[in-house]
Design a protein around this ligand. Structure first.
Ligand code: GLA
Length: 445
Protein backbone atom coordinates (compact mmCIF):
# COMPACT_ATOMS: atom_id res chain seq x y z
CA UNK A 1 0.00 0.00 0.00
CA UNK A 2 1.14 3.55 -0.65
CA UNK A 3 1.68 6.04 2.16
CA UNK A 4 -1.64 7.68 1.28
CA UNK A 5 -3.60 4.44 1.32
CA UNK A 6 -2.12 3.47 4.67
CA UNK A 7 -2.94 6.86 6.10
CA UNK A 8 -6.50 6.84 4.76
CA UNK A 9 -7.17 3.49 6.34
CA UNK A 10 -5.63 4.55 9.69
CA UNK A 11 -7.75 7.71 9.70
CA UNK A 12 -10.93 5.71 9.03
CA UNK A 13 -10.13 3.38 11.91
CA UNK A 14 -9.30 6.09 14.42
CA UNK A 15 -11.84 8.80 13.61
CA UNK A 16 -14.84 6.81 12.31
CA UNK A 17 -17.64 9.21 11.42
CA UNK A 18 -15.33 12.23 11.40
CA UNK A 19 -12.81 10.76 9.01
CA UNK A 20 -13.63 12.88 5.94
CA UNK A 21 -12.73 16.13 7.71
CA UNK A 22 -9.68 14.47 9.23
CA UNK A 23 -8.44 13.36 5.79
CA UNK A 24 -8.34 17.01 4.77
CA UNK A 25 -6.61 17.97 8.00
CA UNK A 26 -3.88 15.35 7.50
CA UNK A 27 -3.38 16.16 3.80
CA UNK A 28 -2.93 19.83 4.66
CA UNK A 29 -0.46 18.87 7.37
CA UNK A 30 1.59 16.82 4.88
CA UNK A 31 1.66 19.82 2.52
CA UNK A 32 2.96 21.98 5.36
CA UNK A 33 5.61 19.41 6.20
CA UNK A 34 6.78 19.51 2.58
CA UNK A 35 6.97 23.27 2.56
CA UNK A 36 9.03 23.27 5.80
CA UNK A 37 11.32 20.34 5.10
CA UNK A 38 11.41 20.03 1.28
CA UNK A 39 9.63 16.70 0.72
CA UNK A 40 7.74 14.02 2.63
CA UNK A 41 10.02 11.03 2.04
CA UNK A 42 10.15 8.54 4.95
CA UNK A 43 7.41 10.44 6.75
CA UNK A 44 5.91 9.12 9.99
CA UNK A 45 2.72 10.52 11.48
CA UNK A 46 1.81 10.06 15.13
CA UNK A 47 -1.17 11.34 17.10
CA UNK A 48 -2.11 11.52 20.79
CA UNK A 49 -5.38 12.81 22.31
CA UNK A 50 -6.06 15.08 25.27
CA UNK A 51 -8.37 13.84 28.01
CA UNK A 52 -11.32 14.88 30.05
CA UNK A 53 -11.67 13.59 33.58
CA UNK A 54 -15.16 12.47 34.58
CA UNK A 55 -14.31 12.12 38.25
CA UNK A 56 -11.28 11.44 40.49
CA UNK A 57 -9.41 14.73 40.70
CA UNK A 58 -5.96 14.96 42.29
CA UNK A 59 -6.18 11.36 43.38
CA UNK A 60 -3.71 9.91 40.85
CA UNK A 61 -0.49 11.05 42.54
CA UNK A 62 -1.92 9.68 45.76
CA UNK A 63 -2.24 6.22 44.17
CA UNK A 64 -6.02 6.60 44.12
CA UNK A 65 -8.81 6.08 41.58
CA UNK A 66 -9.62 8.15 38.49
CA UNK A 67 -12.06 7.99 35.59
CA UNK A 68 -10.82 9.90 32.55
CA UNK A 69 -11.72 9.51 28.87
CA UNK A 70 -9.54 10.35 25.88
CA UNK A 71 -10.93 13.26 23.88
CA UNK A 72 -11.65 13.22 20.18
CA UNK A 73 -9.19 16.13 19.95
CA UNK A 74 -5.52 15.39 19.44
CA UNK A 75 -1.98 16.56 18.74
CA UNK A 76 -0.52 15.27 15.47
CA UNK A 77 3.22 15.11 14.79
CA UNK A 78 4.74 14.61 11.35
CA UNK A 79 8.28 13.37 11.63
CA UNK A 80 11.33 11.87 10.03
CA UNK A 81 14.89 11.15 11.15
CA UNK A 82 17.89 13.38 10.52
CA UNK A 83 21.43 12.11 10.38
CA UNK A 84 23.00 14.97 12.38
CA UNK A 85 21.49 14.33 15.85
CA UNK A 86 19.58 17.63 15.85
CA UNK A 87 15.96 17.93 16.91
CA UNK A 88 14.39 20.50 14.64
CA UNK A 89 10.81 21.22 15.55
CA UNK A 90 8.23 23.50 13.98
CA UNK A 91 4.63 24.19 14.82
CA UNK A 92 2.03 25.14 12.22
CA UNK A 93 0.94 27.88 14.62
CA UNK A 94 3.27 30.83 14.23
CA UNK A 95 3.04 31.77 17.92
CA UNK A 96 5.28 28.76 18.70
CA UNK A 97 8.89 29.60 17.85
CA UNK A 98 10.87 26.79 16.16
CA UNK A 99 12.99 24.63 18.49
CA UNK A 100 16.45 23.21 17.82
CA UNK A 101 18.71 21.23 20.13
CA UNK A 102 21.06 18.22 19.89
CA UNK A 103 19.84 14.87 21.27
CA UNK A 104 21.64 14.01 24.54
CA UNK A 105 21.15 12.14 27.80
CA UNK A 106 21.23 15.46 29.66
CA UNK A 107 19.29 18.12 27.80
CA UNK A 108 19.49 21.59 29.36
CA UNK A 109 16.01 22.92 30.09
CA UNK A 110 14.82 26.05 28.23
CA UNK A 111 13.15 29.10 29.76
CA UNK A 112 9.96 28.58 31.83
CA UNK A 113 6.96 28.36 29.51
CA UNK A 114 9.03 27.28 26.48
CA UNK A 115 7.00 24.62 24.64
CA UNK A 116 10.26 22.93 23.61
CA UNK A 117 10.79 21.82 27.22
CA UNK A 118 8.32 18.97 26.73
CA UNK A 119 10.41 17.68 23.83
CA UNK A 120 13.67 18.16 25.75
CA UNK A 121 12.12 16.24 28.66
CA UNK A 122 11.09 13.35 26.40
CA UNK A 123 14.51 13.13 24.72
CA UNK A 124 16.36 13.18 28.05
CA UNK A 125 14.10 10.76 29.93
CA UNK A 126 13.77 8.20 27.13
CA UNK A 127 17.50 8.34 26.24
CA UNK A 128 18.42 7.74 29.86
CA UNK A 129 15.98 4.85 30.11
CA UNK A 130 17.17 3.22 26.85
CA UNK A 131 20.81 4.09 27.61
CA UNK A 132 21.24 5.23 24.02
CA UNK A 133 20.35 8.24 21.92
CA UNK A 134 17.55 8.52 19.36
CA UNK A 135 18.35 9.95 15.93
CA UNK A 136 17.95 13.65 15.23
CA UNK A 137 14.56 14.52 13.79
CA UNK A 138 12.52 16.98 11.76
CA UNK A 139 9.17 17.46 13.43
CA UNK A 140 6.05 19.39 12.56
CA UNK A 141 3.37 19.77 15.23
CA UNK A 142 -0.29 20.22 14.30
CA UNK A 143 -2.80 20.97 17.06
CA UNK A 144 -4.92 23.82 15.76
CA UNK A 145 -8.60 24.23 16.54
CA UNK A 146 -11.08 22.71 15.97
CA UNK A 147 -9.37 19.29 15.96
CA UNK A 148 -6.42 20.08 18.22
CA UNK A 149 -6.51 19.87 22.01
CA UNK A 150 -7.52 23.27 23.47
CA UNK A 151 -4.55 24.64 25.41
CA UNK A 152 -4.56 25.74 29.02
CA UNK A 153 -8.07 24.34 29.36
CA UNK A 154 -7.33 21.49 31.78
CA UNK A 155 -7.72 18.98 28.92
CA UNK A 156 -4.10 17.81 29.01
CA UNK A 157 -2.79 19.41 25.86
CA UNK A 158 0.72 19.16 27.34
CA UNK A 159 0.31 15.46 27.96
CA UNK A 160 -1.04 14.90 24.45
CA UNK A 161 2.02 16.71 23.13
CA UNK A 162 4.38 14.75 25.40
CA UNK A 163 2.83 11.39 24.51
CA UNK A 164 2.85 12.19 20.79
CA UNK A 165 6.50 13.29 21.01
CA UNK A 166 7.51 10.20 22.98
CA UNK A 167 5.75 7.90 20.53
CA UNK A 168 7.48 9.73 17.68
CA UNK A 169 10.91 9.34 19.29
CA UNK A 170 10.30 5.62 19.94
CA UNK A 171 9.02 5.11 16.41
CA UNK A 172 11.96 6.87 14.72
CA UNK A 173 14.50 5.20 17.01
CA UNK A 174 12.71 1.82 16.63
CA UNK A 175 12.52 1.43 20.39
CA UNK A 176 9.92 -0.87 21.92
CA UNK A 177 8.86 0.24 25.38
CA UNK A 178 6.16 -1.64 27.26
CA UNK A 179 2.99 0.57 27.44
CA UNK A 180 2.95 1.01 31.21
CA UNK A 181 6.65 1.86 31.30
CA UNK A 182 6.03 4.22 28.39
CA UNK A 183 3.34 5.98 30.44
CA UNK A 184 5.63 6.34 33.46
CA UNK A 185 8.39 7.75 31.27
CA UNK A 186 5.96 10.25 29.73
CA UNK A 187 4.93 11.31 33.22
CA UNK A 188 8.60 11.69 34.20
CA UNK A 189 9.12 13.79 31.08
CA UNK A 190 6.47 16.18 32.35
CA UNK A 191 8.16 16.24 35.76
CA UNK A 192 11.23 17.48 33.89
CA UNK A 193 9.13 20.52 32.96
CA UNK A 194 8.15 21.08 36.58
CA UNK A 195 4.69 19.78 37.51
CA UNK A 196 4.49 16.92 39.97
CA UNK A 197 1.44 15.29 38.39
CA UNK A 198 0.45 11.63 38.36
CA UNK A 199 -0.19 9.18 35.52
CA UNK A 200 -3.85 9.75 34.77
CA UNK A 201 -3.43 12.02 31.76
CA UNK A 202 -0.79 9.86 30.10
CA UNK A 203 -2.82 6.73 30.75
CA UNK A 204 -5.95 8.21 29.18
CA UNK A 205 -4.00 9.52 26.20
CA UNK A 206 -2.44 6.10 25.54
CA UNK A 207 -5.22 3.69 26.52
CA UNK A 208 -8.33 5.73 25.64
CA UNK A 209 -11.08 3.86 23.84
CA UNK A 210 -13.72 5.21 21.48
CA UNK A 211 -16.97 5.90 23.38
CA UNK A 212 -15.53 4.78 26.72
CA UNK A 213 -14.22 6.19 29.96
CA UNK A 214 -11.39 4.41 31.77
CA UNK A 215 -11.65 3.46 35.40
CA UNK A 216 -8.05 3.35 36.54
CA UNK A 217 -6.49 2.37 39.81
CA UNK A 218 -3.34 4.48 40.02
CA UNK A 219 -1.67 2.17 42.49
CA UNK A 220 0.75 -0.01 40.54
CA UNK A 221 0.91 -3.71 41.36
CA UNK A 222 4.26 -5.01 42.64
CA UNK A 223 5.09 -5.95 39.04
CA UNK A 224 4.47 -2.31 37.99
CA UNK A 225 1.12 -2.83 36.22
CA UNK A 226 -2.12 -0.91 36.66
CA UNK A 227 -5.64 -2.23 36.97
CA UNK A 228 -8.06 -0.54 34.61
CA UNK A 229 -11.40 -1.11 32.98
CA UNK A 230 -13.20 0.55 30.07
CA UNK A 231 -16.71 1.73 30.81
CA UNK A 232 -19.12 2.85 28.07
CA UNK A 233 -20.20 6.46 28.45
CA UNK A 234 -23.91 6.78 29.26
CA UNK A 235 -26.45 6.94 26.41
CA UNK A 236 -29.19 8.56 28.46
CA UNK A 237 -27.23 11.78 28.94
CA UNK A 238 -24.55 13.74 27.14
CA UNK A 239 -21.34 14.82 28.70
CA UNK A 240 -20.75 18.43 27.74
CA UNK A 241 -17.49 20.27 28.24
CA UNK A 242 -17.51 24.00 28.86
CA UNK A 243 -14.24 25.86 28.51
CA UNK A 244 -14.06 28.98 30.67
CA UNK A 245 -11.23 30.41 28.59
CA UNK A 246 -9.43 31.18 31.87
CA UNK A 247 -5.95 29.95 32.60
CA UNK A 248 -4.27 30.99 35.82
CA UNK A 249 -0.56 31.52 35.49
CA UNK A 250 0.29 30.46 39.04
CA UNK A 251 -1.42 27.09 38.63
CA UNK A 252 1.82 25.07 38.69
CA UNK A 253 2.85 26.52 42.06
CA UNK A 254 -0.63 25.88 43.46
CA UNK A 255 -0.60 22.36 42.05
CA UNK A 256 2.71 21.54 43.66
CA UNK A 257 1.46 22.90 46.99
CA UNK A 258 -1.43 20.43 46.89
CA UNK A 259 1.03 17.61 46.19
CA UNK A 260 3.02 18.84 49.18
CA UNK A 261 -0.08 18.90 51.41
CA UNK A 262 -0.81 15.27 50.51
CA UNK A 263 2.78 14.22 51.15
CA UNK A 264 2.64 16.07 54.48
CA UNK A 265 -0.53 14.10 55.29
CA UNK A 266 1.26 10.84 54.52
CA UNK A 267 4.21 11.84 56.72
CA UNK A 268 1.94 12.70 59.64
CA UNK A 269 -0.24 9.60 59.27
CA UNK A 270 2.85 7.40 59.28
CA UNK A 271 3.38 8.25 62.93
CA UNK A 272 0.24 6.20 63.68
CA UNK A 273 0.24 3.97 60.60
CA UNK A 274 3.91 3.30 59.77
CA UNK A 275 3.30 1.36 56.54
CA UNK A 276 1.54 4.23 54.78
CA UNK A 277 3.37 5.46 51.67
CA UNK A 278 0.48 7.19 49.86
CA UNK A 279 -2.91 8.49 50.97
CA UNK A 280 -4.45 5.51 49.23
CA UNK A 281 -3.16 3.34 52.08
CA UNK A 282 -5.61 4.87 54.55
CA UNK A 283 -8.64 4.50 52.31
CA UNK A 284 -9.90 1.58 54.41
CA UNK A 285 -9.81 3.56 57.65
CA UNK A 286 -12.90 5.67 58.49
CA UNK A 287 -12.19 9.33 57.87
CA UNK A 288 -13.23 10.30 61.42
CA UNK A 289 -10.29 8.29 62.75
CA UNK A 290 -7.85 10.05 60.47
CA UNK A 291 -9.03 13.62 60.75
CA UNK A 292 -7.69 14.16 64.26
CA UNK A 293 -4.20 13.08 63.17
CA UNK A 294 -3.99 15.86 60.61
CA UNK A 295 -3.54 19.57 61.37
CA UNK A 296 -5.70 22.06 59.52
CA UNK A 297 -2.64 23.92 58.38
CA UNK A 298 1.09 23.47 58.78
CA UNK A 299 4.12 25.14 57.22
CA UNK A 300 6.96 23.35 55.48
CA UNK A 301 9.27 24.65 58.21
CA UNK A 302 7.05 23.18 60.99
CA UNK A 303 7.19 19.85 59.20
CA UNK A 304 10.97 20.00 58.89
CA UNK A 305 11.20 20.68 62.60
CA UNK A 306 9.24 17.48 63.17
CA UNK A 307 11.76 15.68 60.96
CA UNK A 308 9.37 15.39 57.98
CA UNK A 309 10.79 16.00 54.52
CA UNK A 310 8.47 16.31 51.55
CA UNK A 311 10.92 15.39 48.80
CA UNK A 312 11.85 17.60 45.91
CA UNK A 313 8.89 19.80 44.93
CA UNK A 314 9.66 22.83 42.74
CA UNK A 315 8.50 26.21 43.96
CA UNK A 316 7.81 25.29 47.57
CA UNK A 317 9.12 27.62 50.21
CA UNK A 318 9.51 27.07 53.95
CA UNK A 319 6.77 29.47 54.95
CA UNK A 320 4.14 27.98 52.64
CA UNK A 321 1.13 26.94 54.73
CA UNK A 322 -0.25 23.58 53.65
CA UNK A 323 -3.95 22.83 54.27
CA UNK A 324 -3.28 19.24 55.12
CA UNK A 325 -6.53 18.13 56.69
CA UNK A 326 -8.85 19.49 54.01
CA UNK A 327 -6.64 18.27 51.17
CA UNK A 328 -6.47 14.75 52.57
CA UNK A 329 -10.22 14.78 53.16
CA UNK A 330 -10.76 15.62 49.51
CA UNK A 331 -8.58 12.75 48.36
CA UNK A 332 -10.22 10.30 50.76
CA UNK A 333 -13.80 11.24 49.80
CA UNK A 334 -12.97 11.57 46.10
CA UNK A 335 -11.68 8.01 45.95
CA UNK A 336 -15.00 6.84 47.37
CA UNK A 337 -16.90 8.88 44.82
CA UNK A 338 -14.98 7.29 41.95
CA UNK A 339 -15.87 3.81 43.18
CA UNK A 340 -19.52 4.84 43.45
CA UNK A 341 -19.35 6.40 39.99
CA UNK A 342 -18.25 3.05 38.54
CA UNK A 343 -21.33 1.43 40.11
CA UNK A 344 -23.56 4.23 38.84
CA UNK A 345 -22.22 3.93 35.29
CA UNK A 346 -22.52 0.16 35.31
CA UNK A 347 -26.09 0.23 36.55
CA UNK A 348 -27.16 3.14 34.33
CA UNK A 349 -27.90 5.32 37.37
CA UNK A 350 -27.46 8.72 35.72
CA UNK A 351 -29.12 10.59 38.57
CA UNK A 352 -26.65 9.02 41.03
CA UNK A 353 -23.74 9.81 38.74
CA UNK A 354 -24.87 13.42 38.49
CA UNK A 355 -24.97 13.75 42.29
CA UNK A 356 -21.45 12.35 42.51
CA UNK A 357 -20.17 14.91 40.01
CA UNK A 358 -21.76 17.73 41.95
CA UNK A 359 -20.38 16.44 45.26
CA UNK A 360 -16.93 16.09 43.66
CA UNK A 361 -17.08 19.71 42.60
CA UNK A 362 -17.95 20.85 46.12
CA UNK A 363 -15.04 18.90 47.52
CA UNK A 364 -12.64 20.24 44.89
CA UNK A 365 -13.78 23.78 45.63
CA UNK A 366 -14.06 23.71 49.41
CA UNK A 367 -11.49 21.13 50.48
CA UNK A 368 -8.90 21.13 47.72
CA UNK A 369 -9.41 24.83 46.85
CA UNK A 370 -8.86 24.45 43.15
CA UNK A 371 -11.83 26.35 41.78
CA UNK A 372 -11.89 30.01 40.72
CA UNK A 373 -14.65 32.63 40.28
CA UNK A 374 -15.14 31.94 36.56
CA UNK A 375 -15.58 28.20 37.10
CA UNK A 376 -18.08 28.93 39.86
CA UNK A 377 -20.13 31.06 37.47
CA UNK A 378 -20.14 28.18 34.98
CA UNK A 379 -21.15 25.63 37.61
CA UNK A 380 -23.91 27.89 38.87
CA UNK A 381 -25.26 28.47 35.37
CA UNK A 382 -25.09 24.75 34.53
CA UNK A 383 -27.01 23.85 37.67
CA UNK A 384 -29.76 26.33 36.79
CA UNK A 385 -30.59 24.50 33.57
CA UNK A 386 -33.56 22.22 34.13
CA UNK A 387 -32.74 18.54 33.79
CA UNK A 388 -28.96 18.81 34.27
CA UNK A 389 -27.86 15.82 36.37
CA UNK A 390 -24.64 17.28 37.74
CA UNK A 391 -21.60 19.38 36.96
CA UNK A 392 -18.05 19.75 38.17
CA UNK A 393 -14.75 21.32 37.29
CA UNK A 394 -12.46 18.94 35.45
CA UNK A 395 -8.67 18.75 35.38
CA UNK A 396 -6.16 20.35 37.68
CA UNK A 397 -8.32 23.43 38.41
CA UNK A 398 -7.73 27.20 38.67
CA UNK A 399 -9.45 27.70 35.32
CA UNK A 400 -9.98 25.43 32.37
CA UNK A 401 -13.21 23.52 31.93
CA UNK A 402 -16.26 22.19 33.68
CA UNK A 403 -18.19 19.13 32.56
CA UNK A 404 -21.93 18.66 32.89
CA UNK A 405 -24.19 15.66 32.47
CA UNK A 406 -27.07 16.92 30.36
CA UNK A 407 -30.15 15.09 29.03
CA UNK A 408 -30.45 15.31 25.22
CA UNK A 409 -33.56 17.52 25.30
CA UNK A 410 -31.74 20.18 27.39
CA UNK A 411 -28.58 20.52 25.29
CA UNK A 412 -29.64 23.56 23.26
CA UNK A 413 -30.95 25.40 26.33
CA UNK A 414 -27.82 24.47 28.23
CA UNK A 415 -25.53 25.90 25.60
CA UNK A 416 -27.52 29.12 25.26
CA UNK A 417 -28.11 29.75 28.97
CA UNK A 418 -24.60 28.91 30.10
CA UNK A 419 -23.01 31.10 27.44
CA UNK A 420 -25.36 34.02 28.12
CA UNK A 421 -25.01 33.82 31.89
CA UNK A 422 -21.23 33.47 31.72
CA UNK A 423 -20.92 36.42 29.38
CA UNK A 424 -23.22 38.56 31.52
CA UNK A 425 -21.24 37.80 34.68
CA UNK A 426 -17.67 37.77 33.36
CA UNK A 427 -17.66 39.40 29.92
CA UNK A 428 -16.06 36.21 28.60
CA UNK A 429 -17.18 33.68 26.03
CA UNK A 430 -17.62 30.08 27.12
CA UNK A 431 -16.94 27.40 24.54
CA UNK A 432 -19.36 24.45 24.89
CA UNK A 433 -18.67 21.17 23.12
CA UNK A 434 -19.71 17.54 23.52
CA UNK A 435 -17.21 15.10 24.99
CA UNK A 436 -17.00 12.26 22.50
CA UNK A 437 -14.49 9.85 23.93
CA UNK A 438 -11.85 9.13 21.29
CA UNK A 439 -9.14 6.52 20.70
CA UNK A 440 -5.77 6.39 22.43
CA UNK A 441 -2.50 7.51 20.83
CA UNK A 442 -1.28 5.77 17.69
CA UNK A 443 1.33 5.69 14.98
CA UNK A 444 -0.75 6.43 11.88
CA UNK A 445 1.98 5.66 9.32
C1 GLA B 1 -3.18 17.30 36.13
C2 GLA B 1 -2.12 16.23 36.36
C3 GLA B 1 -2.80 14.88 36.61
C4 GLA B 1 -3.82 14.99 37.73
C5 GLA B 1 -4.76 16.14 37.50
C6 GLA B 1 -5.68 16.40 38.65
O1 GLA B 1 -3.89 17.06 34.95
O2 GLA B 1 -1.29 16.12 35.25
O3 GLA B 1 -1.83 13.91 36.88
O4 GLA B 1 -3.15 15.09 38.96
O5 GLA B 1 -4.08 17.35 37.22
O6 GLA B 1 -6.56 15.35 38.83
Amino acid sequence: MSMNELLTSAIDTIYGAESAAQQTRYQQAIERFRSHFGDSEHLRIIRAPGRVNLIGEHTDYNHGYVMPAALDKDVVILARSRADGIVNMHNVEASFAPIQFPVAEQVPIGPVGDWGNYVRGVVQIFSQYMQKLPPGMDLLVVSEPPYGVPRGAGLSSSTAFTVATAMTVCSLAQWTVEPEEFIRLCSDSEWYVGTRGGIMDQFASVFGELGHALFLDCRPTTAGYYRYQSLPLPHEANLLVVDSGVHHENARGEFNQRVAACRAGVGLLRKMHPTVTHLRDVQGIPWQQLEGLLPESVTVRDLQQQGLELGEIPGLDETTALRVRACCRHVWTENQRVIHAVDALESGDIVGLGHLLTAAHRSARDDYSISCPELEVLIQSAQQVEGVFGARLTGAGWGGCIIALVPPHAIATFQQNVQDFYFAKTGRTANVFPCRAGSGASVMI
